[in-house]
Design a protein around this ligand. Structure first.
Ligand code: SF4
Length: 360
């Protein structure tokens, strides 16, 4: 039997990652599982829930997203949910075993307005339920990140989606550097970082690995890395993409596990197309979290009872809240900036043919 080192080199090269990714699957799985149990309890998987606090009408053109206003999809739009609505959803999720609630809003970026004040109240409310509170609200300024941290936010999600090169093939309305800037702003404010990507958008394996190189080079590395399989939604530019092969997903999770040993790798969108056996392989490869609830923002997800059956069959336990960090205690709100400055997020301005073709 090969004895693998579970230490991750400080820096990986693309060549080394390719070699890692392409080795026989059983070797890769063994190595990833070895790293996983050195850094995590292999019998614990965190159950997280996603609540879409504001759905649809987004001005961006992400080619995978049914919430982009420019595409013809049949999602039900909703304005920002009230504190009571989110509290009810959070309590229900907690009752079904979730220890983390991620609130998603279909915004390009956060604005210093009444809706943001309401989001801060949502964060305080869910923090008060003793759940890890995560938010994904688009691009953030340093001040907005500080205000979220003061309200008790635990994590900020901002996905890199793919490699810098392939990002330009999927989104034309903002740049990769904008993503990295927001991640930096969240980190500076003391938030933990959740950032990952989507496979199955037509990218190459090299693009996937380049994304992992970027994530793995962040210091500190993100505490949480969601790996999504594209859910090809009719009406979006990526509607015709073929489903992701389960072994591609397993390889991606295994490589992510090895590159970022302490990170929680999250098996995210696309689980409805995976068999229980396929999901079990993902857990073996190092996935330490799933998203529960019958919808992931707007795309389908396995129902809670199916997940609990799977946990029972595999002998898995749901992870408790704050198992890997301290619960943030809300502090005084620093308030909005005295002077509003124009936001400098980029608009790269290039055109993506398949996005344009699906435009209203
Ligand atoms: S992924 Fe987010 S930013 Fe992109 S279109 Fe959807 S809601 Fe908007």
């Amino acid at each position: 039997m090969t004895a693998y080192s579970t230490d991750s080199p400080t820096t990986w090269t693309l060549e080394a990652l390719k070699e890692l990714h392409d080795q026989p699957l059983m070797e890769l799985l063994f190595r990833a599982a070895t790293v996983h149990r050195e850094h995590h309890d292999p019998n614990e998987v965190q159950v997280s829930s996603l609540v879409s606090i504001k759905t649809g009408g987004c001005p961006e053109d992400c080619g995978y997203c049914p919430q982009a206003a420019r595409y013809h999809t049949d999602i039900e739009e909703n304005a920002l949910l009230s504190v009571e609505q989110v509290k009810t959803a959070a309590e229900r999720a907690k009752g079904l075993g979730s220890s983390r609630l991620c609130m998603g809003a279909a915004w390009r970026n956060v604005r210093d307005d009444a809706e943001f004040e309401q989001v801060l109240e949502l964060v305080r409310t869910v923090n008060g339920l003793d759940m890890e509170v995560c938010a994904t609200l688009g691009m953030l300024t340093p001040n907005q990140a500080e205000r979220l941290a003061a309200a008790g936010l635990y994590a900020y999600n901002h996905n890199l989606d793919s490699s810098e090169d392939y990002y330009k093939e999927v989104i034309s309305t903002r740049g990769y550097e904008d993503r990295l800037e927001t991640i930096g702003n969240a980190r500076q404010a003391g938030l933990t970082v959740c950032s990952g990507g989507i496979i199955g958008m037509g990218e190459s394996v090299e693009d996937r690995l380049k994304m992992l190189l970027t994530l793995g080079s962040l210091r500190p590395v993100p505490e949480s890395v969601p790996i999504n399989a594209l859910v090809a939604v009719p009406g979006t530019p990526l509607e015709d993409q073929r489903p992701v092969d389960i072994f591609e997903m397993v390889r991606m999770i295994a490589v992510t596990r090895i590159v970022m040993p302490s990170t929680t790798v999250r098996l995210s969108a696309g689980r409805t197309d995976m068999s229980p056996e396929g999901q079990a392989l993902c857990f073996f490869a190092g996935a330490g979290s799933i998203f529960a609830g019958d919808k992931l923002l707007t795309t389908p997800n396995p129902e809670a009872f199916a997940d609990m059956e799977l946990f029972s069959a595999l002998g898995l336990r749901p992870t408790q809240a704050y198992a890997k960090g301290e619960r943030p205690v809300p502090t005084a709100d620093p308030g909005p900036p005295e002077q509003k400055r124009p936001i400098r997020w980029s608009r790269p301005g290039h055109k993506i043919e398949r996005n344009e073709a699906k435009r209203k």
